[in-house]
Design a protein around this ligand. Structure first.
Ligand code: DGL
Length: 273
């Protein structure tokens, strides 16, 4: 099969959070077109089982393939943790997740070999970061902490609110006590809390944003496979957004965080796929 280099990149997440990944792709690879799918009807993924997340991911991938994407980015950390290995070999286009790029940078950055990981219950419980990090450096100790309340706080827009600072202080206490020097923001929403998390953890802790590292990884992968867009094919909507529910609410959130005016959002029936 010949992959079309000017085709869009497919990006998916359980909802709005993956827009932090789409945003980094827009900033770092401005010639790339994007088809984004947010599973707003079935969010959250973080508290669901591996089997369910694999089933959802397969449906979304079928939808994205129908949109003729040239590559897929699993922007959701939970879906990357649970489904990426299962679906990778079923595809004839490249697919990447957000776990590996974040883990790789954390392994490079840590000096004292104590790395913290925060994410959903699913992601932290999967132990996937420790798996990757130990492969890169068996001496690294990984300390995980699920922070489920961060997602609703971000969606409420309480990025710098005292309540959020209090919640962060309680969640992150253990990681501070264990003297980590590097912290992976292992959930789509957490980069939006970067300044609050940074304030709580203090200056000595390097925060790793997997969304940014994934955009760079995507660029390397497309270049390697000769799939970087030529930028010559202009389209009315270079970025298209699909959701499984509440398209208007999605659009509002998207417009609050993207460096792009989101006009096209469409609801589709994902259960059909
Ligand atoms: N997108 C999810 C993740 O990165 C967070 C929200 C959810 O639980 O669905 O793990």
């Amino acid at each position: 099969m010949k992959i079309e280099r000017d085709a869009p990149v497919g990006v998916f997440d359980s909802g709005v959070g993956g827009l932090t990944v789409a945003r980094e792709i827009m900033r770092n690879l401005p010639s790339e077109k994007i088809v984004y799918f947010g599973d707003t009807a079935r969010v959250p993924y973080g508290s669901k089982s591996r089997e369910t997340i694999i089933r959802y991911s397969r449906q979304i991938i079928r939808f994205l393939q129908e949109q003729e994407v040239k590559a897929i980015v699993v922007a959701c950390n939970t879906a990357s943790a649970f489904a990426l290995d299962a679906v990778r070999h079923e595809l004839d286009i490249p697919i990447i997740g957000v776990i590996e790029p974040g883990a790789r940078i954390a392994a490079q950055e840590t000096r004292n070999k104590r790395v913290g990981v925060i994410g959903t219950e699913g992601t932290v419980g999967s132990g996937i970061h420790a798996e990757y990090l130990k492969k890169l450096d068996p001496e690294i100790k990984v300390i995980g902490k699920p922070c489920p309340l961060f997602v609703p706080l971000v969606e409420e827009g309480w990025l710098h609110d005292p309540v959020t600072v209090e919640v962060a202080t309680r969640y992150l206490r253990e990681l501070k006590e264990k003297e980590i020097d590097t912290l992976i923001l292992g959930c789509t929403h957490y980069p939006l809390l970067r300044s609050t998390i940074g304030q709580v953890m203090g200056e000595g802790v390097r925060l790793v944003n997997p969304a940014y590292e994934t955009a760079l990884e995507l660029g390397r992968l497309l270049k390697e496979q000769d799939l970087l867009s030529t930028g010559k094919q202009q389209e009315e909507f270079p970025y298209r957004f699909y959701v499984s529910d509440l398209a208007d609410k999605f659009k509002e959130f998207a417009n609050s965080i993207l460096p792009y005016d989101v006009e096209m959002t469409q609801k589709i029936d994902i259960e059909k796929y």
